[in-house]
Design a protein around this ligand. Structure first.
Ligand SMILES: Nc1ncnc2c1ncn2[C@@H]1O[C@H](COP(=O)(O)OP(=O)(O)OP(=O)(O)O)[C@@H](O)[C@H]1O
Length: 323
């Protein structure tokens, strides 16, 4: 899929470091004016993907275009339409907020850097602190200024690498509002996150990335619908009970999809939601001499989808599920 209404088009991207495959045929596209979240745990390949798309790193295979420009052959053109906020702040802490923005405005050859700085400070509610040194600002304020810096010159496409890592819940909510506002103003945003809730709250489309591969892709609602309606969570007394329950109920021996949470000594089992299925589950556990500490019925969360996808990928090497 590519055209005027697609701002990011990534096809079969590959990257390896020595003998380690870090990206394995990563393919996705992001329509203009939408938010796409690459969701994955540490080391999944999120930053590597962002570094390739922002021309900081060369892929070993595949292709990517940003607003139609090829990231390998036309990096200067790509630079003109993108901006990046990385995991590490690009601010000069010895300067004030205003001075940081003015510096960026001059670097980007803006005709009126002061006007742009004042507007950005106001839109991020940073005007009252504009003339204080950034070294005295809170983490949330610095993160906001980081994003404001990346908006100098009004890019078409914004890359946010883990924008809320390390922020308190209040600053995280404020950041989400900012990102939504940018999207509503027509900007295309690619964000990476380890937070399921963040992806669920913000993204129009989510790609679940694990070990360099997109396991599934879709809207938050569709990803959730991957799993059956009913979910039963069993908690056990011991890891041995958990292991036994997982092998009785889950694939390949058992007939249900399951998601294991070892740290809680618990197993989520996805069912058709019928009462007799619940009875069947209990019979199965009793026949296998597994004693249940407690159980509850719940609807599957995106976390359940995520964990199940990763588990099934490891067991069967599934291809990407497109929704
Ligand atoms: N320069 C490098 N040399 C060797 N291996 C690297 C290099 N950069 C990244 N890697 C490895 O590639 C894998 C993917 O790293 P990447 O930073 O893309 O993951 P990530 O999903 O962004 O993780 P995190 O959430 O921790 O930032 C990791 O196993 C990492 O150790």
């Amino acid at each position: 899929m590519e055209g005027n209404n697609v701002s990011i088009c990534v096809s079969s991207l590959k990257k390896r470091y020595k003998d380690r495959e870090v990206l394995r045929n990563v393919t996705f596209s992001v329509p203009t004016g939408t938010i796409y979240a690459l969701l994955g745990s540490n080391g999944a390949g999120k930053t590597t993907t962002v570094r390739i798309l922002t021309t900081q790193l060369c892929p070993d295979g595949g292709a990517a275009r940003i607003r139609g420009f090829d990231v390998i052959r036309e990096p200067e053109k790509v630079h003109q339409v993108i901006s990046v906020t990385g995991q590490f702040s690009a601010l000069d802490e010895s300067l004030t907020g205003m001075e940081n923005l003015l510096l960026m405005g001059r670097l980007r050859h803006l005709a009126a850097p002061e006007k742009s700085a004042v507007r950005l400070l106001a839109s991020f509610s940073l005007s009252p602190d504009a003339h204080r040194r950034v070294s005295g600002w809170s983490g949330g304020m610095k993160r906001k200024l980081d994003i404001a810096m990346s908006l100098v010159g009004s890019p078409d496409v914004l890359f946010l690498d883990e924008p809320t890592t390390g922020l308190d819940p209040q600053s995280r909510l404020a950041m989400w509002q900012i990102v939504r506002r940018l999207r509503d103003g027509g900007m295309t945003v690619l964000l990476t996150t380890q937070y399921l809730e963040e992806a669920e709250q913000l993204a129009d489309q989510i790609g679940i990335l694990s070990e360099g591969k997109i396991l599934a892709e879709g809207t938050p609602a569709r990803l959730k619908s991957l799993l059956p309606r009913g979910a039963v969570r069993f908690a056990f007394h011991s890891p041995e009970d958990l292991e036994q329950a997982a092998s009785l109920l889950g694939a390949p021996a058992g007939k249900w999809r399951t998601s294991c949470l070892p740290e809680e000594c618990a197993l989520t089992v996805f069912t058709d939601g019928r009462a007799d299925t619940l009875g069947e589950l209990f019979c199965c556990l009793r026949d296998g001499s597994v004693s249940v500490r407690e159980f509850s019925e719940e609807s599957p969360s995106l976390e359940d989808v995520f964990l199940t996808m990763i588990k099934e990928e490891k067991s069967y090497g599934n291809n990407k599920t497109k929704l």
